[in-house]
Each structure stands twice: as structure tokens, then as C-alpha cells.
Design a protein around this ligand. Structure first.
Ligand code: GMT
Length: 378
């Protein structure tokens, strides 16, 4: 039997998909007997039950009047170094090249221990920050000085080489789903409670309402659909574009068809009453919400950009549309929602694709393999 490892994990615990994946990975690794040390600014939000082998080390940043900005990165590196030494960690797995990989490299030097650093790129750190020339060198440094680097899609790997040009092999490791949580569950009562009629189709969109998510496109496409078939739109999440979106819903006079649910936990219950997920982003390195929906048997329509085509297979478990092509989205959606047999096939294919390619067990093993290879190489 392989030695169990002591692994430090750093992520932005409250930031969307990367925080979810980092937390879920920590939980799955703990279930396999490894000791997990989360080092972050707040408790990872999906860490809800007690695990005897999961520890949390909070990074505290004090505000000093001499500094214009609180020194978060230095506080994080110091905390990492302290935990590396005290807990004798084998490796640090950090999510985002900056600041986390750079902090880990500094922490390794501060600790004086030969700890391994694994960095996972999630997209925001590359596709947004990679365009900021003042940060490109720091991102490249974080990638090149890590012992192993993974990215959540092939598309993100290509984009990283294009934008940042690191001299480093980047391994694809897809995001995953805990199928014990994400599967279709009987929640008919929810539909009634939301006052959605049995014959109405339920379309869902889940995001942090950043402009890259193009939520107005979701609303416009839905308005066209709702003019043709009885349907309700569930908008889940909150963020910078929320007011703009709610104004658009009023302007299009579809208030009676749209439910603003805000931030929600237990998304599997909402997916379980949904017939279709829309993810129409202009940047998306993977699209974890599409995977969550698929695991619950919900077909998806997504834009043909970034890593979305690696998750949604056009004509197999959903459809891909061109960015901003509202007509195309509405047309495909109506076509799918009015063809019961095709919808059933897409739903089954969604579950099958998740099981075959994105099962937690399979992906967690890939990360473990990377860890053991690094530690073996000394
Ligand atoms: O999409 C966001 O706004 C959040 C962001 C994050 O950093 O958590 O999500 C990124 O990582 C997720 C997990 O790997 C991916 O599923 C998302 O596609 C990716 N977002 C973007 O690339 C815009």
C-alpha cells in the first residue's frame, strides 16, 4: 500500500469553480486517507462536515497604517511556510498561478524544506490575467517554478502557451463531480413550491453574473423560447451584472417567467427540476456548472468557446452555439425541449459522459498519480 501523504491545499475558497474543485479534491483525498491542510483566507465553503484528517489554517492579514494595501500574499506565504514545517507536508497543491503558486515558491524557500509544488490553472488566472502584461512574467514564473502544473482543459493549456509562453509541460486534468451528491433526485415538490406548472419546461443558468458569463444573452435567448413554449427560467447566483440582468428581464416583460434565486447551495435539487442548462459565456476554461447539470441528467446548450466543447458534445448531450447567436440558442432549445425522445437521449448521454470522463474517483487518481510521481523523483 502506498504511503499516505500530507498535502497542503490553497485556493480562493469562496471563488466559484476553482474553490469548489479544490475543496472537493481535499475531501476526496481525505476519504482516501491522506491528511489535508487547507491554507486559505476563509474556510472553504463546501467543507461542511467533520473530517478527522482535514485541517484548516487561516491566513490572517493585518492592516498596518504604513502599508497602502494589506500584504495578503506575504501573509499567505508565511502561513504556508509555517504549516510546511510544523506539519511536515509532502506537497502543496495550489489553485491559480498567481498569487498562489508564487506564494508557494516563496514559502518553500522560507521553510527550507524540499516540498513539491503542484499548481492547477483554472482559467481566470490565465484568460483574464494573462492579458495583463504587467502580470505575465509573474504567471510564467509561478508555472515554471512549480514541480508539476495541471490545467482543467486542453483549451486552457493551448491558451496558456499562447498568452504566457511558459517553458513547462502542462498536464490536462479535467474537473470532476462527486456523483454521490450530483445525481437526479425526486424533487417534484420544489416545482410546485416555485409555482411552476407541470407542463412548463425549466431552463436553468448558474453563474457569478460576471460580464464574461453573458447572462443578458441567456435572458434574451430565453425570451425567444418562452414566446414559443411554456417555460420558466431559473437564474441562480449573484454578481456584478445582476441589476443589468433584472432590468433586461423587465424590459423584455418576462418577469412572470424568470425566478431570481440568488446564491444557492444544494444545486442538485434545482438541476433535478430542470430540463435544460444554458451556459453562454465568452470565456470559460471548463464550465463546471455544465458538468454538475449533466450529472443530474440535464442537457446543456453552451457557447463554442474555451473548454466548453470538451464538456458539451454537440448533438450528443447538448448543443454548441456561436457566441452571441441568440437566435441559434433559442432555436436549438425549442427543438430539444419539444422532442421528448431526443431530450431523453441527451439526458442519458449527459450522465454517461460524466461517468466515463469526469468521475471523481478517476480524476482524483490522476492527481494522486502526479503527487506520487513527483515524490518518487525526489
Ligand atoms: O468562472 C468564474 O468566474 C470562476 C472561475 C474560478 O476561478 O473559480 O472559474 C474557472 O474555474 C472553474 C473550475 O476549474 C471552471 O469551471 C471555469 O470555467 C473557470 N472560469 C473561466 O474560465 C472564466
Amino acid at each position: 500500500m502506498k504511503t499516505k501523504l500530507k498535502i497542503g491545499i490553497t485556493c480562493y475558497p469562496t471563488v466559484g469553480g476553482s474553490g469548489v474543485i479544490a475543496t472537493e479534491l481535499g475531501k476526496m483525498l481525505a476519504e482516501k486517507g491522506h491528511s489535508i491542510h487547507f491554507i486559505s483566507s476563509s474556510l472553504p465553503f463546501r467543507l461542511k462536515k467533520m473530517y478527522h484528517n482535514i485541517y484548516y489554517h487561516q491566513v490572517e492579514v493585518n492592516q498596518y497604517s504604513v502599508f497602502q494595501y494589506p500584504p495578503y500574499d506575504i501573509a499567505l506565504a508565511s502561513k504556508m511556510a509555517e504549516v510546511i514545517k510544523r506539519e511536515k507536508l509532502d506537497l502543496l497543491h495550489v489553485h491559480y498561478a498567481i498569487p498562489h503558486a508564487v506564494c508557494a515558491i516563496l514559502a518553500k524557500q522560507m521553510s527550507g524544506r524540499d516540498i513539491k509544488i503542484v499548481t492547477t490553472l483554472h482559467g481566470t488566472d490565465i484568460t483574464v490575467l494573462g492579458y495583463d502584461a504587467s502580470l505575465t512574467d509573474a504567471i510564467r514564473f509561478g508555472i515554471e517554478e512549480s514541480d508539476a502544473v495541471t490545467a482543467v482543459s486542453h483549451s486552457l493549456i493551448t491558451e496558456t502557451y499562447d498568452l504566457v509562453k511558459p517553458n513547462k509541460k502542462i498536464l490536462p486534468v479535467y474537473n470532476f463531480i462527486d456523483e454521490r451528491v450530483y445525481h437526479k433526485i425526486p424533487t417534484c415538490h420544489l416545482k410546485e413550491e416555485y409555482e411552476i406548472n407541470a407542463h412548463e419546461k425549466v431552463v436553468i443558468h448558474v453563474s457569478n453574473f460576471r460580464s464574461v458569463k453573458r447572462v443578458p444573452d441567456v435572458v434574451r435567448a430565453f425570451a425567444k423560447m418562452a414566446a414559443q413554449i411554456p417555460a420558466k427560467l431559473l437564474l441562480v447566483g449573484d454578481g456584478p451584472e445582476f441589476s443589468k440582468v433584472s432590468q433586461l428581464v423587465e424590459k423584455l416583460e418576462i418577469q412572470d417567467h424568470v425566478l431570481f434565486l440568488g446564491k444557492q447551495d444544494n444545486l442538485e435539487e434545482l438541476y433535478s427540476i430542470s430540463d435544460l442548462m444554458l451556459l453562454l459565456s465568452e470565456k470559460e476554461s471548463f464550465g463546471l456548472v455544465a458538468l454538475e447539470a449533466m450529472a443530474c441528467g440535464v442537457p446543456c446548450i453552451g457557447t463554442n468557446i474555451g473548454g466548453i466543447p470538451e464538456v458539451i458534445q454537440d448533438g450528443v448531450n447538448g448543443f454548441l452555439c456561436d457566441l452571441g447567436d441568440i437566435e441559434q440558442v433559442a432555436g436549438k432549445a425549442v427543438q430539444l425541449l419539444t422532442d421528448e425522445e431526443r431530450h431523453r437521449q441527451f439526458s442519458q448521454q449527459s450522465i454517461q459522459i460524466v461517468n466515463e470522463q469526469f468521475r471523481a474517483e478517476k480524476i482524483v487518481e490522476q492527481y494522486e498519480h502526479i503527487y506520487y510521481q513527483l515524490l518518487k523523483s525526489g
